[in-house]
Design a protein around this ligand. Structure first.
Ligand SMILES: C[S@@+](CC[C@H](N)C(=O)[O-])C[C@H]1O[C@@H](n2cnc3c(N)ncnc32)[C@H](O)[C@@H]1O
Ligand code: SF4
Ligand code: SF4
Length: 350
């Protein structure tokens, strides 16, 4: 567990991999098309290229969850109402989105946003559809509460590449505080173990399985024990930087980790998300996963070619240019976002 690699490359998620780097392992399993896609991803992340179509379709399918984690927007229904609009993504609209991605050889997607994906009945059919349409990297986070052995078997046959279980705690006491409304931690651990047993029994190479820990003031003392407990059980451990989900800083600042509060001011920030992905939030197309990005919406799904059009729109090009120049502070939403991630930011603001 010495190797560190960042696969979002915006630095907000760090992966500790017990074997080879996660992407190298996936390249070994999936082959050249996977390494080609990662090469392109790295170039996009370095802002060296702008692809003709996003490399990643991130689908914020609905805003339904059985938990109410206080650090997540879903824990505050009034904020969900304020920042989300439009109908949820049903199977028909999902297929249209995937079909458009497939026409453009889009390699990666995630059918989960601010929700619990396994509350979607037949989620495995959504994954299977994307897999059969040529997506080679399909990933999910989930809270581990709804993954029964029957659903685990369905997921193992679906074509999913990466499955992460968000735990954010090592002890039941902390788990129930940071994952409000949850089932007991020991049942979630049993669900993860069952999934791993089924994967081993069936000789499945995929999905790679990880656990994740969003590091906050309330749980940071458990991070080392968490890593020690999981390091020989799963393929990857993600440690996420806490990001206040809305600019309501008075409410959310209590979750900043000690490291974040003591961090050095940043000199520069260039956001890579608009070079990688679109996030489809219900019916709206956005350049990033931030919940309060209404002003950055670049289109609506529905019409044929809507994603390609939004990705190549003047507005999207302007957002990319702004970040390429390092001038995030010229956009109010980006300025709020950067200042929430980096509480000690001192880059002059507009
Ligand atoms: C929004 S959840 C949705 C999927 C699923 N319900 C789960 O909990 O994994 C996706 C990931 O975002 C993380 N997350 C939630 N609120 C966050 C925050 N304020 N900052 C950073 N990560 C957060 C969760 O811990 C989880 O790993
Ligand atoms: S389980 Fe996931 S979506 Fe649900 S409230 Fe917690 S972090 Fe948010
Ligand atoms: S709000 Fe701006 S800086 Fe934040 S993730 Fe979105 S595009 Fe990037």
């Amino acid at each position: 567990m010495t190797k560190k690699s960042s696969y979002t490359t915006d630095g907000k998620v760090v992966t500790l991999s017990s074997e080879k780097d996660v992407n190298l392992r996936l390249a070994e399993i999936i082959g050249k098309k996977f390494s080609d896609y990662r090469d392109e991803w790295d170039k996009a992340n370095n802002m060296e290229i702008v692809t003709d179509f996003p490399l990643f379709l991130h689908l914020d399918m609905n805003q339904e969850c059985n938990y109410k984690c206080p650090h997540c927007i879903i824990g505050t229904p009034a904020e969900v109402k304020e920042y989300y609009e439009g109908d949820y993504i049903n199977f028909d609209s999902f297929k249209k989105i995937i079909d458009e991605g497939s026409e453009h050889n889009c390699p990666s997607m995630e059918p989960q946003g601010n929700n619990e994906p396994f509350l979607i009945k037949d989620l495995h059919k959504y994954i299977e559809y994307a897999h059969k349409k040529g997506f080679i990297d399909i990933m999910l986070n989930n809270n581990g509460s709804a993954l029964t052995s029957k659903r685990s078997s369905q997921v193992l046959d679906s074509g999913l590449t990466r499955l992460r279980f968000s735990l954010d705690a090592h002890t039941p006491e902390t788990y129930s505080k940071v994952r409000v409304g949850s089932i007991p931690l020991e049942r979630v651990i049993r669900n993860i173990e069952t999934f791993l047993e089924l994967r081993a029994k069936g000789n499945y190479k995929l999905p790679l399985v990880g656990v994740s820990f969003c590091k906050m003031k309330q749980n940071e003392h458990e991070l080392d024990d968490f890593i020690n407990f999981w390091k020989n059980k799963v393929d990857m451990i993600s440690v996420q930087t806490y990001v206040p989900p809305t600019p309501n800083i008075d409410k959310y600042k209590i979750y900043y980790s000690t490291d974040q509060l003591n961090s050095e001011p940043i000199n520069e920030f260039k956001c890579v998300q608009p070079f990688q992905r679109v996030v489809i939030k219900n019916q709206s197309i956005a350049p990033c996963c931030v919940s309060f990005n209404k002003n950055l919406i670049i289109g609506q799904i529905g019409k044929k070619g809507a994603i390609h059009k939004a990705w190549n729109s003047e507005k999207m090009n302007n957002i990319r240019d702004l970040h390429k120049r390092g001038e995030f502070y010229l956009d109010k939403t980006c300025n709020d976002c950067v200042n929430l991630i980096y509480p000690n930011n001192q880059i002059p603001r507009n």
